[in-house]
Design a protein around this ligand. Structure first.
Ligand SMILES: C[S@@+](CC[C@H](N)C(=O)[O-])C[C@H]1O[C@@H](n2cnc3c(N)ncnc32)[C@H](O)[C@@H]1O
Length: 218
């Protein structure tokens, strides 16, 4: 079991479910970039880890130079690793990696509303469905109308939690573009579009509480 979120990222080396999840997330990020209008593409990543989903996509994408992104992550070692990747890709002028609390609205000021919002590895770390609905409501501050929202949700004890997320997204005013389960069958990855308006002021200063613990996560 990983002792912290830095160690949790080592699971990407061996865990097929995480590897397959990453592949689908990158496919959805590439799709969002392909379908973005000409000009600047704004991206935010909530609880970004080391940013391997976005940065791994930008390494080979023709729209990389159009992307202006802010990634928000609490673990300083992950931010350091992400920052090194940004430097190696020559994207330091466009991609900010903030070592901060992704649950707080002010950490997104100047970077939102975004065209692409990445919330991967987050929904499974919320206390309950009310907290999920709260976060979905608060995405109106992060998202432009029509923004792509890319998310993941693992299943546990044979409970298909990703179905709950799909239903909640529909009720909250998001349209599904695509959804896939990993080949392992126990991880849902979705891409939705935000159909509402974006709001200039956050509804709440704290969007959600991240209550997950690395050594209990799979
Ligand atoms: C399950 S991991 C997912 C990381 C990444 N998004 C991915 O899919 O590979 C959850 C991440 O959330 C980060 N995290 C936890 N609480 C946070 C907070 N309040 N603000 C920012 N990041 C947080 C952890 O450090 C960890 O890197």
């Amino acid at each position: 079991m990983p002792k912290d979120w830095f160690e949790w990222h080592d699971l990407y080396k061996t865990d097929q479910r995480l590897q397959q999840r990453l592949e689908i997330v990158r496919e959805y990020i590439a799709h969002s970039l392909n379908f973005s209008s000409p000009g600047v593409i704004r991206v935010v990543s909530v609880c970004a880890g080391d940013g391997r989903d976005l940065l791994g996509t930008l390494a080979n994408h023709p729209r990389a130079q159009d992307v202006y992104a802010r990634l928000v992550e609490l673990n300083p070692q992950l931010v350091e690793r992400g920052q090194a990747t940004i430097e190696s890709l020559g994207l330091t002028k466009q991609i900010e990696f903030i070592n901060g609390d992704a649950t707080i609205a002010s950490n997104y000021l100047g970077a939102v509303p975004a065209d692409i919002v990445i919330v991967c590895g987050v929904f499974g770390n919320l206390a309950d469905e009310n907290e999920l609905n709260r976060l979905l409501r608060n995405l109106s501050f992060l998202s432009k109308p029509g923004a792509f929202v890319i998310w993941t949700r693992g299943h546990s004890h044979n409970i298909p939690h990703s179905e709950t997320v799909r239903q909640s997204l529909q009720k909250a005013g998001f349209a599904e573009v695509n959804f896939q389960l990993t080949a392992t069958g126990d991880m849902g990855v979705g891409i939705h579009r935000y159909l509402g308006e974006s709001v200039a002021e956050p509804k709440e200063e704290q969007f959600f509480v991240f209550s997950g613990i690395a050594n209990r996560a799979r």
